[in-house]
Design a protein around this ligand. Structure first.
Ligand code: ZN
Length: 275
């Protein structure tokens, strides 16, 4: 089974909050002009410094996407050297009417378009605690994660999240609501995280986990999480719980240029909106 590979980002957790270091892009568009796949979502105001969500920082997505780190973009079309349909060699060119460099088969002429992958997972709530799994596989071996992984063809995001939770934590769960959609453009991934509850109070490590454990909200191991997507998801969740109840969040995770992939706290969360 494929497993998600993640990048790190600029951590915007409250403990690191420094108002003087807020990054606001000069070319950021007003939220009202941003495309929103969720009309019911509210943009996060950048002036409410005292709100829990004020820890989210804003930086130019243009600056991020044009940074040297984008050289590591997962969708490097030049890595596609052979056609997936006929095995013929590809050439790399911009097709008529297109704007992007594509891998084009020199035999059958088909174009290998590269599109993001979806990662689905569950944030399992039980007795005011959250279920985390310690990864027994690379990347991020030995670090904690929510049960999550790549969606398979033929299953919905909810089905994938339930399956991943069963595989990684031997836990049978019922999904109760969507919680977060987080895009990571640099590596071509979109996370869809659902809130869920245990159907039975049983769980144990699956083959990809060395340990599964319920963590109280105030005891989540933020410095031992596997990926920045997990830092973002759990930070938003804890903030929501302390504010009353979980919302639904949309956001884009951008890695801070020049930071190590293992630095899970070095990211910006852009275009953050919530219900
Ligand atoms: Zn071909």
């Amino acid at each position: 089974m494929q497993k998600a590979i993640h990048i790190s980002g600029f951590f915007s957790h409250r403990c690191n909050w420094k108002p003087s270091s807020i990054l606001i892009s000069s070319n950021s568009k007003p939220f009202s002009s941003l495309f929103s796949p969720y009309p019911f979502l509210k943009p996060v105001p950048i002036t409410t410094i005292d709100s829990p969500i004020s820890t989210v920082r804003f930086i130019s997505s243009h600056a991020s996407s044009s940074s040297p780190s984008s050289l590591h973009f997962a969708g490097n079309v030049r890595n596609v050297k052979f056609c997936q349909w006929c095995g013929g060699q590809t050439k790399h060119d911009i097709p008529d009417g297109d704007e992007k460099l594509r891998a084009i088969c020199t035999i059958c002429g088909k174009i290998a378009y590269q599109n993001p992958k979806m990662v689905a997972g569950c944030l399992v709530e039980h007795d005011n605690k959250v279920l985390l799994c310690k990864r027994n596989i690379q990347p991020s071996h030995g670090l904690w994660t929510l049960p999550a992984g790549y969606l398979e063809i033929g299953e919905s995001a909810v089905e994938g999240a339930i399956r991943e939770t069963r595989e990684e934590a031997n836990a049978d769960v019922e999904v109760t609501s969507p919680f977060a959609q987080l895009d990571i453009p640099l590596i071509g991934q979109t996370y869809m995280i659902f809130l869920a509850k245990l159907k039975k109070p049983h769980f144990s490590p699956g083959p990809e986990s060395s340990e599964c454990q319920l963590f109280p909200f105030d005891d989540i191991p933020f410095n031992s999480l596997s990926f920045s997507s997990m830092v973002v998801t759990l930070s938003l969740y804890v903030e929501d719980i302390k504010a009353g109840k979980p919302k639904f969040h949309y956001g884009t995770i951008h890695k801070r240029p020049g930071t190590s992939p293992s630095d899970i706290h070095a990211y910006t969360l852009d275009h953050h909106m919530h219900s």
